[in-house]
Design a protein around this ligand. Structure first.
Ligand code: PLP
Length: 421
């Protein structure tokens, strides 16, 4: 191939093979994940880095899970079980559903893509919320479908930046095939109460699938959010998405699942690459389910730490959104990029949110107690880069935080203390 044909710099008739992509894909920008530890080590030549940027579980998987994954290595020369038979069986028993309702993905991200591929096209639309998980508009647009973004609740609402479910229901058109709700949502941490979700489900036409993304389900249960599984029986247009990446500590293994009507699972099965879930991930997920105590212990510690982190942020005079996940959205002000950089030089990676049109905010994942101590100490040191909260938050209303969260939880107390300022 000549240099010009290969797109050589400055060539007058440079060939741009990227322009051959289908029109829907040409306008997309790739998802930018949190900075990996290895990259920061390379850049700054420092070690003992704390990563609080991708909502992982720093407690990691249980020893029994790691043993099972090491065991699976012995047979790594074989293709994995393409049907995920053992994992589906274990999940079916764990959830009390039939295996036909289950789809397993290379992370729940894989399932989001398969759902979009299976049910969206250039002739239809899909609805999601402003500040909703960034993958939703990406997978919608990649199919050529119209992405309808619905404004989130205002910062002054009881659930600041939360999905406005009534407005989302109102945005549904006859051509709307899918509506995405993250509960709780990433990056805001906000959530909707059971009665708000069921009202939305009841309002949706049967021709619109509701994808209820519960990536943080196990943490959210700790905050009293509902078990939504029975709703799948009553609503054949509901798809639940959950993952082993967060509470189960298996983000690097890539395994997530959907619970849906068997016909939806069958559509996903037609599209799914034959071996989309690798053997180590399958072995790890089966073992992790069998050792639920480990996960539950780490969730309890994390949510206690989340409350402690919030108390520390409140003491620094910083505003943060209420969160039912293992992370907190914090307002730090216009100098967020400098603060992010300063934290990096101290070996702490958090998540800037300019790509979510929240340039004055950072998302901080809850780490181990010593990680959170390090973060709070660094923030104290860097206080002059943080803008104290400017607007008071309205008290949680009866239809949002208060009704969804047991009023006695430490997080609710911390959230109220921030409100009171
Ligand atoms: C709301 C939400 N959904 C889905 C995912 C995808 O998770 P995974 O592909 O690791 O299962 C994430 C990951 O951060 C998330 O925050």
């Amino acid at each position: 191939m000549s240099r010009d044909r290969a797109g050589g710099a400055g060539a007058p008739d440079a060939f741009h093979p990227g322009a051959l992509a289908v029109p829907a894909v040409r306008g997309l920008s790739p998802y930018v994940p949190g900075k990996p530890i290895s990259e920061l080590e390379r850049e700054l030549g420092i070690s003992e880095i704390v990563k609080l940027a991708s909502n992982e579980n720093p407690h990691g998987p249980s020893p029994a899970t790691l043993t099972a994954m090491r065991g699976a290595l012995e047979a790594v020369w074989l293709y994995p079980d393409g049907s995920c038979h053992e994992l589906k069986g274990a999940l079916a028993r764990h959830l009390g559903v039939t295996p036909e309702c289950l789809s397993i993905g290379n992370g729940s991200n894989d399932l989001l893509m398969l759902l979009a591929e299976g049910f969206l096209s250039g002739e239809c639309s899909a609805v999601y919320s402003q500040y909703g998980f960034a993958i939703y508009p990406l997978v919608i647009r990649a199919t050529g479908a119209q992405a309808i973004e619905v404004p989130a609740q205002p910062r002054s609402a009881g659930m600041p930046f939360g999905h406005d479910l009534a407005a989302m229901a109102a945005a549904v058109r006859p051509d709307t095939r899918m509506l995405f709700v993250a509960n709780p949502n990433n990056p805001t941490g906000t959530w909707a109460a059971a009665h708000e979700l069921t009202r939305l489900l009841e309002a949706l036409p049967a021709s619109t699938l509701m994808v209820l993304d519960e990536a943080y389900f196990e943490y959210a249960r700790e905050r009293g959010l509902p078990d939504t599984l029975p709703w799948v029986i009553e609503h054949p247009n509901l798809v639940l998405l959950r993952t082993f990446s967060k509470a189960y500590g298996l983000a690097g293994a890539r395994v997530g699942y959907a619970v849906s009507h068997p016909e939806i699972a069958e559509v996903l099965d037609r599209l799914r690459p034959a071996f989309n879930v690798n053997a180590l991930a399958q072995a790890g997920a089966v073992a992790a389910l069998a050792d639920a105590q480990h996960m539950q212990r780490s969730v309890a510690v994390t949510m206690r730490e989340q409350a402690r982190l919030c108390e520390g942020l409140a003491r620094l005079g910083l505003w943060f959104a209420p969160s039912a996940g293992n992370f907190v959205l914090v307002e730090v002000g216009a100098r967020a990029p400098q603060l992010f950089q300063e934290l990096l030089t101290r070996g702490i990676i958090v998540r800037p949110l300019a790509n979510y049109a929240l340039p004055d905010y950072l998302r901080i994942s809850v780490g181990l107690p010593e990680h959170n101590d390090r973060l709070l100490a660094a923030l104290r040191e860097l206080r002059e880069l943080c803008a104290p909260a400017t607007t008071a938050r309205a008290a949680p209303s009866a239809t949002s935080a208060a009704s969804a969260t047991p009023a006695t939880t430490a997080a609710a107390t911390a959230a109220r203390s921030a409100t009171a300022r």
